[in-house]
Design a protein around this ligand. Structure first.
Ligand code: PA5
Length: 392
């Protein structure tokens, strides 16, 4: 079970209004915490039907349609899986050409993911690869160009639930289908998410970690600490911080007065890159550390030249370096919390996704904004389309 150590948060928590905020979230009619009960048999049946057929899976998509899958791949797959999952969340022609060079298109399945079905980056990726390959599956909303194309071409399609926005969709078919295809146990992901969803809906402050985290971020934001640093001490969770960066930025950055800037860092790596700023720089940050208790087999650091490393395992070194960092921040009065995760597995990752989706939903209500739309992203999509249609 994931535990929250908030001893050094320097925040005062108050659960008197949880009930009201839960009502406000409910009134927004969002599905992100309901879809974890959905039946996943269609996804599992499809994964079974193509077992052994493909060597490479390529996801075409961007933003909320790709970041969750990138995280799932990084967190839950071994470095040398028999089936490769590539996620093409950019339109860099060099990368697309390089990928084309290494793929055997007979043995590659492309999954095109776009809720709107009209995102120019995703459509252009699709147009590029459909010239080379015939194996496509679409994950899209009920309307849009992708839906129309899929119907015309007889392409297998899955539907993104209408009331789940892109960045909240990792636990829908958007993340679950690619995950199932590379052998991730999606039922366990959902079980972990369900457990956290129950906490998210709890009116008991001690139980509701989502509410606690949101309240700390909100309080510190109000005191000028309007940046949230997420720093997992686990290579497997590096992309979780990327996923969260989008979730927080797109959900909460809504006006010149409302927004928290997400910063992602990796322990121990960024102790030698960011720590100086965090320790002695401006007091404008709130820190969320993720500690993974079991980082894998206990490997002792060989050699006996350095006495304090003798007999120490990499796990222990990682934990001690983390403690050194959080203790130093606390010493310098920099508010920080630590999420203790027993190990990186499906169950706990599902819980982590739900924890931060829930916290983001509460944050939106604390700020009195709609955390579920993205007018700024839509505006840049509109301007891009206008520029493309303007005469040279
Ligand atoms: O979170 C969001 O809504 C966005 O980041 C979208 O996921 C992103 O813009 C891609 O949109 P679509 O899935 O419609 O192609």
């Amino acid at each position: 079970m994931i535990k929250l150590d908030k001893e050094n948060s320097l925040a005062k928590l108050n659960g008197a209004n949880i009930h009201n905020y839960l009502d406000k979230i409910e009134a927004r009619d969002q599905g992100f915490y309901k879809i974890v009960d959905n039946d996943v048999s269609e996804i599992l049946d499809f994964a079974k039907s193509v077992e052994g057929k493909y060597e490479d899976i390529v996801v075409l998509g961007i933003g909320g349609s790709s970041l969750g899958t990138i995280c799932l791949r990084q967190s839950l797959t071994h470095l040398h899986e028999s089936i490769e999952l590539h996620v093409l969340d950019n339109i860099d022609p060099q990368y697309m050409a390089q990928l084309s060079d290494v793929l055997d298109f007979e043995k590659t399945l492309f999954i095109v993911i776009s809720k709107s079905g009209g995102t120019p980056e995703t459509l252009s990726q699709y147009f590029y690869f459909r010239e080379k390959c015939d194996n496509f599956v679409f994950i899209t909303g009920p309307t849009g160009l992708l839906r129309e194309t899929g119907e015309k071409e007889g392409i297998k399609m899955f539907e993104v639930p209408e009331n789940v926005g892109g960045r909240f969709s990792v636990l829908t078919v958007v993340g679950l289908l690619p995950a199932a295809l590379i052998g991730i146990d999606i039922k366990k992901l959902l079980e972990g998410a369900q457990e956290m969803r129950d906490k998210f809906l709890s009116e008991d402050l001690e139980e509701n970690m989502c509410y606690q985290i949101a309240q700390m971020q909100h309080q510190h934001g109000g005191e000028g600490r309007n940046m949230t640093v997420m720093m997992p001490y686990s290579q497997r969770l590096i992309r979780f911080a990327d996923w969260y960066r989008q979730l927080l930025a797109e959900s909460i950055g809504k006006s010149k007065d409302v927004g928290l800037t997400p910063i992602n860092a990796l322990g121990v790596t960024d102790q030698h890159s960011q720590s100086q700023l965090y320790m002695d720089g401006p007091d404008d940050k709130f820190f969320i550390f993720i500690k993974v208790e079991n980082l894998g087999p206990e490997v002792l650091i060989p050699g006996d030249e350095v006495y304090y490393l003798k007999g120490v395992s990499f796990n222990k070194l990682m934990h001690i370096e983390q403690k050194g960092t959080t203790d130093a921040l606390t010493h310098n009065k920099k508010p920080n919390i630590t999420l203790n995760v027993p190990e990186v597995n499906e169950h706990n990752l599902g819980a982590l996704f739900m924890l931060f989706e829930g916290a983001t939903a509460f944050l939106g209500e604390f700020y009195g904004i709609n955390a579920f739309d993205q007018p700024g992203v839509e505006l840049s999509k509109k301007f891009t389309k206008e520029l493309l249609t303007r005469p040279a």
